[in-house]
Write a protein that binds this ligand. Structure first.
Ligand code: NAD
Ligand code: TYD
Length: 405
């Protein structure tokens, strides 16, 4: 990481020991000094920010760097973990196009695919975010970490939660430790699922709503989020969280609802609807999700959470749209045994991120879903090898009994 211009280097001794006995270089100490906790000012409290007796952290990454997209001469170097997955790969594309330097650290689990980053300028490292040495090597010289790396599928978390805790909780904590000791900003990419089931007519969850995770997946994401907030408060780490809604778009692994149903419909295979299909989700285009994450990275405040919402639809409504767009027969629909603990509804209030300047550009009904179906129709070479590989064993385990096959 490079020292910011104008940092108060004067008058600092060459070497000082940190609390744990390590030597802190002069430049890094200057950055840490600049980030000392200060109480919120009255005018900040009055400008719509709630005073929760918390402390505000000046940002670790100087603003002339964070503003790269708006023509800065000083781009950031960002470690994007999980950058070979669905949302992470779109985000890497976006930062690279904005002129930032990107290092991707990805374990390449079943969900990771280096081909997702073809023709995108980046440095690639294969490795696990739960390995501190691997993280230290990948993060060398970086200003910020954006953590997409996670086990992400609810159904797989029901089959076996352990990997979810290792990556989503322990892995997050290892990244936070690195951010803590090296003065990096950490943005945690989280999910609206941490708020759990939202009652049918209840207002959407705000960032202040309680965490009521239902599945091993959402519980592990909530565990990661709580570590982030604990590191902000306890160690003064410059970290923040985004909580995105159900995301859709090109290059999503075909285990999740939309890509599974689109590709099955294109192949004339059954569409396994869990239970009555009356569950509701907010659908957020991947580009809009990434725009929200980027804005939070550049403009968000340490210790804050930002919801990134989408358009709420009932599952059966989405199934009917997929059948229209793929010209699939309604006979493909099978109502199958429900997912245990299945949340009926997710809904989030995104007004806090909107106040920072975010607004979605894609409409689910006017082009968003249709464009995604077109992408899967035109890119069989991306998903056919996935569906004929190891995926098959997972599909059998998850659906064979349900579909009576
Ligand atoms: P994905 O499953 O497509 O990709 C996850 C990526 O993380 C893969 O490339 C995988 O190889 C990598 N990974 C997994 N474990 C790792 C480890 N231990 N070390 C390094 N890399 C590892 O996921 P996605 O859908 O792109 O989701 C990305 C993030 O966004 C996740 O944190 C998820 O919780 C969050 N999120 C997803 C959605 C959604 O609808 N997909 C919505 C909101 C939030
Ligand atoms: P999913 O994509 O797994 O996301 P979430 O994490 O929100 O559960 O599922 C979205 C919705 O679609 C959810 O209500 C479960 C439902 N669903 C099915 O009905 N059948 C399926 O095979 C899958 C994967 C999901």
């Amino acid at each position: 990481m490079h020292a910011a211009q104008g940092e108060p280097l004067e008058g600092l001794p060459e070497v000082e020991l940190a609390a744990d006995g390590r030597e802190l270089p002069r430049r890094r100490r200057a950055r840490l000094d600049a980030r000392r906790l200060r109480p919120l000012q009255h005018e900040e409290r009055d400008s719509g920010r709630r005073d929760r007796g918390r402390y505000e952290l000046p940002l670790a990454v100087p603003s002339e760097k964070r503003h790269g997209r708006h023509g800065s001469l000083s781009p950031m170097r960002v470690l994007v973990t999980g950058g070979a997955g669905f949302i992470g790969s779109h985000f890497v594309r976006r930062l690279a196009a904005a002129g930032d330097e990107v290092v991707v650290l990805d374990k390449l689990t079943y969900a990771g695919n280096q081909a997702n980053l073809d023709a995108v300028e980046h440095e690639f490292r294969r490795g696990d975010i739960a390995d501190a040495d691997v993280v230290a090597e990948a993060a060398a010289g970086c200003d910020a970490i954006v953590n997409f790396a996670a086990e992400t599928h609810v159904d797989r978390s029901i089959l076996g939660p352990a990997d979810f805790i290792l990556t989503d909780v322990l892995g997050t904590q290892v990244l936070l430790d690195h951010a803590r000791h090296h003065g990096l900003r950490h943005l945690q990419v989280s999910t609206d699922e941490v708020y759990g089931d939202i009652e049918p007519n209840a207002p959407a969850a705000t960032e202040e709503s309680p965490l009521r995770a239902s599945s091993p997946y959402s519980a592990s994401k909530a565990g990661g989020d709580l570590q982030v907030l604990a590191y902000v408060r306890t160690y003064g780490v410059d970290a923040l969280i985004t909580r995105g809604a159900n995301t859709y778009g090109p290059r999503q692994y075909p285990e999740k609802f939309l890509p599974l149903f689109i590709t099955n419909a294109l192949d004339g295979e059954h569409l396994p609807v869990y239970g009555d299909g009356r569950q509701r989700r907010e659908w957020l285009h991947v580009e809009d999700h990434c725009a929200g994450i980027e804005l939070a990275l550049r403009e968000g405040r340490a210790g804050e959470v930002y919801n990134v919402g989408g358009q709420e639809r009932e599952n059966m409504e989405v199934v009917r749209r997929i059948l229209d767009l793929t010209r699939g027969s309604p006979d493909l629909v099978r109502h199958v045994a429900d997912r245990p603990g299945h949340d009926r509804r997710y809904a989030v209030d995104s007004s806090k991120l909107r106040a920072l300047g975010w607004s979605p550009k894609h409409s689910f009904d006017a082009g968003g879903l249709a464009g995604t179906v077109d992408w899967y129709r035109a890119n069989r070479e991306w998903w056919e090898p996935i569906k004929s590989g190891d995926y098959r064993a997972y599909y059998e385990q998850q659906y064979a009994a349900r579909l009576g096959a």
